[in-house]
Design a protein around this ligand. Structure first.
Ligand code: BES
Ligand code: ZN
Ligand code: MN
Length: 490
């Protein structure tokens, strides 16, 4: 598992910065005004910082970016990274600045002189997030190893402010690791085992196996996994940080460890990307991890449906009709529209068992959402403006793209089946919306619900501000914020 870079917090010590053998970072205001630390590094380097700051390159730099002085004379450092900030830079800019330092440092030790920087913890968060690399499947792979020292005027306060953010980063790392893993490593059983390991950080974790799922009537979920040699599971993760009597928020995730499409087989080109089809479940796991690590004062239950969608002689055929836990029947027209078949039973179970105050599901559900929104925004579908707007606000604050999509009876009627209560697909038009309409049929009247289609954002081909190419951990920060803003208010 990828762990966070060790980060320590200390009082500013210029002698240590002078003899530091790795990289040294300073922040400089866009106006060129230097804080005490930057002035002292400038003095050590005989004005090199000042010359850099007065030059065109610094003028052209955007806030949150850095330029480096290589092998500065007067110091032992291999480089001084000069980060440009603005007076009162916002959290997004500070995170970007931290990420810029992470990218530059590679494996070297970093000593960052932050002085009295406001919200320095946000810079630490960006640094931690962008330090991630997935090395577990390389023979000689190793995560970033250099240490990070943050020097500032109030190290205790910065460390305390950084702690909950670093808990979120650890949650996001878990999401990324799970999402990056190949499907021969992250089998259904391995996935369940990794979730069970979170008992060690204080979560209660239940694993429901196939016999139990049969007994509960989750035929639809089981129909997706029945072509695979790997067993299907539902895993329930409980975090109880509030009074026992407070009903929880339920997070539900699609955990298809590999999606071949089943008998409605996908084309070969790009099929390897379907190792990320458990990304929704990965986000649920990551959020639960963060809640436990930061000892959230909320009650949240995370439920994930873990299956593998394979073609075989035991696989579901197009045209098969299966019964859901709710009792409705579904005609499976296309076995590649499997995510909704997993989610419908888990959504129903979550409501029956927990009577939650709200339900939020996450799934890499449709290719159509990538056509609509690309890799910039997840699709947001909801039956409740209050919950939806609170989520959109949280996502915006965290810099995680999210865009609300329409729903309505006109779309719902596309799911009509001749022989069963509904079909599992609605045809090509509005494919992401009809998928959401399918899920909505399994949400009880009066239960606030959000469906997040994260097919475009869970894993991407090029780096983002806070992540290298591959799994992003999209949603872990936004859901943490939603939970802290709306459920931890006392
Ligand atoms: N897991 C896919 C959706 C997906 C596509 C995720 C690309 C990430 C990247 C999902 O199970 C799927 O196959 N959806 C089908 C639905 C169709 C058959 C109605 C799709 O989008 O083509
Ligand atoms: Zn899928
Ligand atoms: Mn599919």
């Amino acid at each position: 598992m990828t762990t966070l870079t060790p980060m320590s917090f200390a009082q500013t010590d210029i002698d240590q910065a002078k003899t530091h053998a790795g990289r040294v970072a300073i922040t400089v205001d866009a106006s060129g005004k230097m804080n005490a630390g930057a002035r002292r590094i400038n003095k050590l380097t005989k004005g090199a910082v000042e010359r850099l700051v007065n030059g065109k390159e610094f003028a052209d730099l955007s806030a949150g970016d850095a330029i480096s002085l290589g092998y500065p004379s007067g110091m032992d450092a291999i480089a001084v990274d000069v980060v440009k900030l603005e007076n009162n830079s916002d959290a997004t800019t500070l995170r970007k600045a931290g990420a810029a330092l992470a990218k530059r440092r590679g494996d070297s030790d970093l000593l960052a002189l932050l002085g009295g920087l406001r919200k320095a913890a946000e810079l630490c968060f960006g640094l931690a997030m962008r330090d991630y690399t997935f090395e577990d499947r390389k023979t000689n792979g190793k995560p970033r190893k250099g240490a990070v020292t943050i020097m500032c005027t109030n190290p205790e306060a910065v460390e305390a402010a950084a702690a909950p953010l670093l808990a979120i980063a650890q949650g996001a790392f878990m999401t990324r690791d799970l999402t990056n893993e190949p499907a021969n490593v992250l089998t259904t059983t391995e996935f369940a085992d990794r979730l069970a390991e979170m008992e060690s950080i204080g979560l209660k974790v239940e694993i429901l196996g196939e016999a139990k799922l049969e007994e509960l009537g989750m035929r639809t979920l089981l129909s997706v996994g029945q072509g695979s040699a790997s067993p299907s599971y539902v895993v329930v993760m409980h975090w109880n940080g509030a009074e026992k009597t407070v009903p929880p928020l339920a997070l539900v995730g699609k955990g298809v460890v590999f999606d071949t499409g089943g008998i409605s087989l996908k084309p070969g080109v790009g099929m390897e990307d379907m190792t990320m089809d458990m990304g929704g479940a990965g986000v649920v796991a990551g959020v639960m991890r963060s809640l436990a690590l930061r000892k959230s004062k909320a009650n949240v239950v995370g439920l994930v449906g873990i299956v593998e969608n394979m073609p075989s002689s035991t696989a579901t055929r197009p045209g098969d009709v299966v019964k859901t836990m709710k009792g409705d029947t579904v005609e499976i027209i296309n076995t590649d529209a499997e995510g909704r078949l997993v989610l419908c039973d888990v959504l129903w179970y979550a409501q029956e068992r927990f009577n939650p105050t709200g339900v939020i599901d996450l799934a890499t559900l449709t290719g159509a959402i990538i056509i609509g929104l690309g890799h910039e925004n997840a699709g947001v579908f909801s039956n409740d403006d209050t919950l939806c707007n609170a989520f959109l606000k949280a996502a915006q604050t965290e810099g995680e793209g999210a865009w609300r999509m329409p729903m309505g009876p006109g779309y719902d009627k596309l799911l009509k089946s001749r022989i069963a209560d509904m079909k599992n697909i609605g045809g090509r038009p509005a494919g992401s919306v009809t998928a959401a309409q399918f899920l909505k049929r399994f949400i009880k009247d009066g239960t606030p619900w959000i469906h997040l289609d994260i097919a475009g954002v869970a894993s991407v081909k090029s780096e983002t501000t806070l992540a290298p190419a591959g799994a992003t951990g999209w949603g872990v920060a936004a859901l943490n914020r939603l939970i802290s803003d709306t459920l931890e208010t006392d």
